[in-house]
Ligand binder design. Structure first.
Ligand code: SAM
Ligand code: SF4
Ligand code: SF4
Length: 348
């Protein structure tokens, strides 16, 4: 199909109530997953027969491309494809190819658990995918398997890394959700393994996304504690954030062994710089990872709205945005605000 022409890049992109622009879009292409990570899609809450979205409920590639064009016109420059497990969406490289040609989109990234990457890495690269983030919670085969909900093998994660390297993806981001007493003991092994490689480990504080992962604050390992532990073995120096909108704080090894990152949304919230919008696989727009409701863009698309109407609706929605969940976590949890979208629906 022909590439769409986005709306002329507008002179004054929308900003929200806290003067945050809209520059990043995370698109969940499917809500299904081949894992059942306990912190995201716990097995006991989502057994194999759970009803995920059916095909018609999901946005088609044409609909995703059309919305991405509109978002580009509003100032979005970076797109991340996520899920569920995005590589379960058939023909994903085709979508990458279409998104890649949208004027204004400078960067397309993918977050994946990697199980299906070896057979898709080449096509994704050829389609123009810029970067890959791979989730990797442990090097220990037993712990890795446990944190995949008994569905993944560490050998497959290594095969994914090798496939990405072979296709020239270069430095990968490796996401590790750290949980107290579950995989925290393996953090130093992860660091030892990836120090000196181009890949960058990013330790993520276990978050209270969704409502079904049984989150307990006691399971969160604060980044400062982890950093002290890692730094005691391999001294670290702060690099700050790559840019103010990045979620990870970067640190480098003093001895030149590369860098690692920390995503500390629980202990050190970064809502002030949050310029990310999220689109669920069924076309709902979420302006916060912890939102309880999304705005139904699929209804607008399928109801025949033109691009200008969709753009104006998104801009108006963004301008009303007041989200600062992580900064207000204690207060909102105390209020018993327990309605939140699940992580697998909007993709982190
Ligand atoms: N399935 C893909 C994957 O796991 O990479 C993409 C979707 S997954 C929802 C995106 C990221 O969210 C993953 O890196 C995952 O580790 C992270 N994540 C999921 N639940 C989380 C939680 N409760 N706290 C912190 N990070 C979480
Ligand atoms: Fe699936 Fe990713 Fe959620 Fe794990 S974190 S259950 S791999 S969507
Ligand atoms: Fe952005 Fe919401 Fe996370 Fe704050 S809590 S950084 S507003 S997604």
């Amino acid at each position: 199909m022909d590439s769409r022409i986005p709306l002329a890049l507008i002179e004054a992109p929308p900003v929200d109530r806290w003067q945050r622009a809209l520059t990043d879009l995370r698109i969940s292409v499917v809500d299904r997953c081949n894992f059942r990570c306990p912190y995201c899609l716990p097995e006991d809450q989502y057994p194999d027969h759970h009803q995920f979205l059916d095909r018609n409920a999901r946005l088609s590639f044409e609909e995703i491309e059309r919305l991405a064009c509109v978002f580009a016109g509003l100032g979005v420059r970076k797109i991340r494809l996520t899920g569920g497990e995005p590589l379960l969406r058939r023909e994903l490289p085709l979508l990458v190819r279409w998104l890649k040609r949208i004027p204004g989109i400078a960067d397309i990234a993918l977050t994946t658990n990697g199980m299906l990457l070896p057979r898709q890495a080449r096509e994704l690269r050829e389609a123009g995918l810029d970067r890959i983030t791979l989730s990797l919670d442990s090097l220990d085969p037993v712990v890795y398997r446990q944190l995949s909900g008994n569905r993944g093998e560490i050998g497959e994660a290594f095969a994914a890394i090798a496939a990405a390297e072979a296709e020239g993806f270069g430095a990968l981001k490796l996401n590790t959700v750290v949980m107290r007493d579950i995989n925290e003991a393996g953090v130093l092994d992860l660091v030892a393994h990836f120090r000196g490689t181009p890949h960058v480990l990013r330790f993520i504080e276990y978050m209270d996304v969704g409502t079904l992962n049984g989150w307990q604050r006691g399971r969160v390992v604060p980044s400062a504690e982890l950093r002290a532990r890692i730094g005691a073995r391999w001294p670290l120096q702060a690099l700050g954030r790559a840019n103010s909108h990045d979620v990870a704080e970067r640190w480098s090894f003093v001895d030149g062994g590369g860098e690692i990152g920390f995503i500390s949304s629980v202990s050190t919230p970064f809502c002030g710089d949050c310029t990310r919008a999220r689109l669920s696989a069924d076309g709902k727009l979420y302006t916060c990872l912890f939102a309880s409701e999304g705005f139904d863009l699929r209804a607008l698309l399928r109801g025949g709205a033109d691009d200008a109407t969709i753009a104006a609706t998104i801009a108006a929605h963004w301008q009303q945005r007041d989200d600062r969940y992580s900064e207000r976590r204690a207060e909102l949890r105390a209020r018993g605000n327990e309605s939140r979208v699940e992580m697998f629906a909007i993709g982190g």
